[in-house]
Ligand binder design. Structure first.
Ligand SMILES: Cc1cc2nc3c(=O)[nH]c(=O)nc-3n(C[C@H](O)[C@H](O)[C@H](O)COP(=O)(O)OP(=O)(O)OC[C@H]3O[C@@H](n4cnc5c(N)ncnc54)[C@H](O)[C@@H]3O)c2cc1C
Length: 257
């Protein structure tokens, strides 16, 4: 069974963040594997292990100037990595990102594609379902458990009320929540092995997407960034024997009662 995990390399959340002149996150510093994607990598490794054959490939779009995040996924046990890195990707929106990921994954369709429900820096949560649509695959979101049995997929899908039991044919795309599995720490042996695992770097032209992605194909643009309004001081009521009435009157004024 072959599984692709879409992983994003993000600026280290522990380091100070800044925006560039176009209001985009400055990604020129150290990049790390988004922790949200470590759950997908672990889930994929466990599914392939259980199937007894196949491999895990991680696919990413972003700068290849620092691939430490991808090496981390390889050190956990993924067999290979593919990254699409190109100056023309600047200003991509999530649909552009999905188009790039679809072009890579569509070259050799795996049995299963795993993504996180949302990334830790952009957190639109829209890329995975767009990717499934572009590839013509069913998508099952918010998985808290994933089982592959007899060529079909069984997912417990987290809902506000509990969970839904969903079955789907393969190939399919699944987004996993942080509770799905406990990601392993890379062993020393894994870290050493990762140094020799292949990391394929592709350009937009390699995928035949020139002009269709990046700023040129984006339908989304950040026009302004403003600081969140600071919270106003609350109103204080002094209880002079009429505290309850004052609270009720206030709640009525804001139509809570
Ligand atoms: C205005 C703007 C400018 C941008 N500029 C750039 C840029 O200059 N360079 C650039 O590379 N990107 C750029 N992007 C793309 C951006 O970083 C995201 O990859 C993309 O918009 C997905 O949104 P998200 O982070 O909210 O992902 P979500 O939809 O929240 O992500 C969910 C899951 O989808 C998968 N996924 C999402 N993004 C990627 C990815 N990039 N690679 C692999 N898997 C992924 C992961 O599994 C992730 O956990 C830009 C986006 C916007 C809106």
């Amino acid at each position: 069974m072959n599984v692709v995990v879409c992983v994003k390399q993000i600026p280290d959340p522990a380091a100070p963040q800044s925006l560039d002149a176009s209001h985009n996150l400055d990604r020129s510093g150290k990049l790390i594997l988004d922790e949200a994607d470590t759950y997908g990598v672990e889930m994929a490794l466990q599914l392939v292990d259980k199937a007894g054959s196949g491999e895990v490939t991680v696919v990413s779009m972003g700068s290849a100037s620092d691939v430490a995040g991808l090496r981390n996924a390889l050190a956990m046990g993924a067999a290979k990595a593919v990254i699409v890195s190109d100056d023309s990707l600047r200003g991509s929106d999530s649909l552009g990102t999905a188009k790039v990921l679809a072009a890579v994954i569509g070259r050799d369709m795996p049995d299963l594609i795993l993504c996180a429900t949302e990334s830790s820096d952009g957190y639109t949560g829209t890329t995975p379902v767009q990717l499934a649509e572009l590839l013509g695959l069913p998508s099952v979101t918010f998985a808290k458990s994933v089982v592959v049995e007899g060529g079909s997929l069984k997912v417990d899908r987290q809902t506000e009320a509990g969970y839904d039991e969903v079955t789907s044919p393969l190939p399919a795309l699944v987004t996993v929540t942080a509770g799905v599995v406990e990601p392993r720490y890379a062993s020393f042996k894994g870290i050493m092995a990762a140094k020799n695992k292949p990391v394929e770097v592709l350009s937009v032209a390699d995928l035949g997407l020139a002009g269709a992605v990046g700023q040129a194909g984006a339908r989304q643009e950040i026009t302004e960034v403003v600081a969140a309004e600071s919270r106003q001081a609350g109103e204080k009521y002094v209880d002079e024997g009429d505290g309850a009435e004052k609270i009720v009157a206030f709640l009525e004024s804001i139509k809570v009662l």
